[in-house]
Design a protein around this ligand. Structure first.
Ligand SMILES: NC(=O)C1=CN([C@@H]2O[C@H](COP(=O)(O)OP(=O)(O)OC[C@H]3O[C@@H](n4cnc5c(N)ncnc54)[C@H](O)[C@@H]3O)[C@@H](O)[C@H]2O)C=CC1
Ligand SMILES: O=C(O)[C@H]1O[C@H](OP(=O)(O)OP(=O)(O)OC[C@H]2O[C@@H](n3ccc(=O)[nH]c3=O)[C@H](O)[C@@H]2O)[C@H](O)[C@@H](O)[C@@H]1O
Length: 440
């Protein structure tokens, strides 16, 4: 099938590439000249395992192409995926300007039937809004052309994006017309083998499903983080509690890890946007207010522990930081807990020596003018002369380090572990003072 994808961020690029991988003829559009030039050379602007190889493979056989030309993009695809950003507006609502611009451009350029699919995470009612914008543009041109609009929210996780798209838990389709549903059913057939993963519903329910999923996941994390604080006070171990409750299939093991707070481009913005939608509709989402407040406090937990150990004036101290990205396997630093921690440590007069396997360039860009932040060449060199090690992101490479080398390099054998990746007993046997989240 001929597919156009508007926006080549995470979601657009993964959607376009995976659809090309299963044999579709895909054209991806972006307004960012640098991104398109890079992609045309087979390079991807983000770090995402397996994606670059897949992009190159599909570009080389001509199934995946990139363009800056809106008219060419509209003309190409029978299906037009809108996968542009929906960042938070000042009031917490989703900023819809990019979605509206993309829809308007389709209305201005289309010559025959198109199925327009909202892939971006968008507030309930967006399918209707996109339909309205396209009608407006067709009316301005004085033409009548048949088209459908559907919602098809994306549930992929950064760092596992290709696998999530190729082997989805579910594919949600929200549409009110049969033609749209049939086209999407056909398009997703290669991803829907063994058992039916397609969940078809009306557009408004599909749009709400996406926010509900992220809000539920964020709620689980904040619940565990709040419980971790209580566990610390009671002398209980949140890791034991996690295993104890996760074994109940009604609860399950996933997304129950206490840590130094959730970050990323989606949970924070989507939790805010859903609250905003609720307020606009005269109702509240008290649980989500608490989820947000707990997460904001959780991002300060490591700094609190550091100050409790080293005192509130940290001048003259240096801290080694392992992990900067908001989670492993990505270079994304949006809302990353490391950012608040670095800012907090520098504000208390400390110096920071940081290392991340892939997020160094992004850190450099974000903290360009911070003389107190040094970017180390390796995890071990970050430790030289530091007063303590702080683990913020649970990259695999940090899980079983050479502890005797760490002890030799650090000024004090102290570790703050924001992701509970070490075993408290064995690390103390190695001679470390060890502070983690929700564990004695
Ligand atoms: N990042 C993620 O892991 C996931 C994101 N989402 C949702 O998908 C949407 C996109 O997210 P990301 O890919 O992270 O966004 P992003 O911000 O990384 O990329 C968006 C891209 O759209 C381009 N763009 C903006 N306006 C355009 C236009 N009129 N025509 C063509 N290109 C245009 C931008 O230049 C940019 O390259 C958001 O709504 C997000 O909430 C959903 C699931 C996962
Ligand atoms: O809408 C989106 O953009 C996506 O948002 C999340 O994906 P992502 O933000 O890539 O990352 P997650 O793996 O969900 O992690 C988010 C944050 O939660 C934290 N987390 C996760 C799990 C956990 O148990 N504890 C915990 O603190 C992570 O460290 C990270 O900071 C969802 O998991 C995806 O399903 C969704 O499609």
């Amino acid at each position: 099938m001929k597919i156009s994808v508007i926006g080549t961020g995470y979601v657009g690029l993964v959607t376009g590439t995976c659809l090309a991988e299963v044999g579709n003829d895909v054209l991806c559009l972006d307004v960012d000249v640098n991104k398109i030039n890079l992609l045309k050379q087979g390079e991807i602007p983000i770090y995402e395992p397996d994606l670059e190889d897949m992009v190159r493979r599909n570009v080389s056989v001509g199934r995946l192409r990139f363009t800056l030309d809106q008219a060419e993009c509209t003309d190409h695809g029978l299906v037009q995926f809108i996968a542009v950003g929906t960042p938070p507006d000042e009031d917490g609502s989703a900023d819809m300007q990019y979605v509206t611009t993309a829809a308007r451009a389709i209305g201005q350029n289309m010559q025959d039937y198109k199925l327009i699919v909202d892939k971006s995470t968008v507030p309930v009612g967006t399918v209707d809004r996109v339909r309205g914008v396209i009608y407006e543009e067709l009316a301005k041109r004085g033409v009548e052309i048949d088209f459908s609009v559907a919602s098809n929210p994306e549930f992929l996780k950064e760092g596992a994006a290709v696998d999530d798209f190729m082997r989805p838990d579910r594919i949600v389709i929200g549409a009110d017309d049969d033609k749209a549903i049939e086209l999407l059913r056909t398009l997703y057939t290669p991803f829907n083998r063994n058992h039916d993963r397609l969940v078809v519903m009306d557009a408004r329910s599909a749009e709400l499903t996406k926010y509900a999923a992220n809000a539920m996941l964020a709620t689980r994390i904040s619940f565990m983080n709040e419980l971790a604080l209580l566990a610390e006070k009671l002398g209980a171990d949140i890791e034991h509690v996690r295993r104890g409750i996760g074994s109940d299939p009604r609860i399950g093991y996933h997304f129950l890890y206490a840590g130094c707070g959730y970050g990323g481009s989606c949970f924070p913005k989507d939790v805010k946007a859903l609250q905003r939608t609720a307020r606009e509709n005269g109702t509240g989402l008290k649980i989500l207010e608490a989820v947000e407040a707990v997460n904001a406090r959780q991002k300060e937990v490591l700094l609190d522990k550091i100050r409790a150990r080293f005192g509130s004036d940290l001048s003259g101290k240096t801290f080694a930081l392992w992990g900067l990205a908001f989670k492993p396997n990505t270079d994304d630093m949006r809302e990353a807990p490391s950012r608040m921690l670095i800012t907090g440590l520098l504000a208390q007069g400390a110096a920071v020596s940081a290392y991340d396997p892939v997020a160094m360039d992004e850190t450099k860009r974000l903290f360009a003018s911070e003389p107190g932040l040094k970017l180390a060449n390796s995890s071990m060199s970050a430790l030289e002369g530091a007063d303590a090690l702080i683990v913020v992101t649970e990259w695999k490479m940090f899980r079983s380090p050479d502890f005797s080398e760490i002890r030799r390099k650090l000024r004090n054998a102290v570790i703050f572990d924001g992701r509970n990746i070490y075993d408290p007993d064995s690390i103390r046997t190695e001679g470390f003072e060890y502070f983690s989240i929700g564990r004695p």
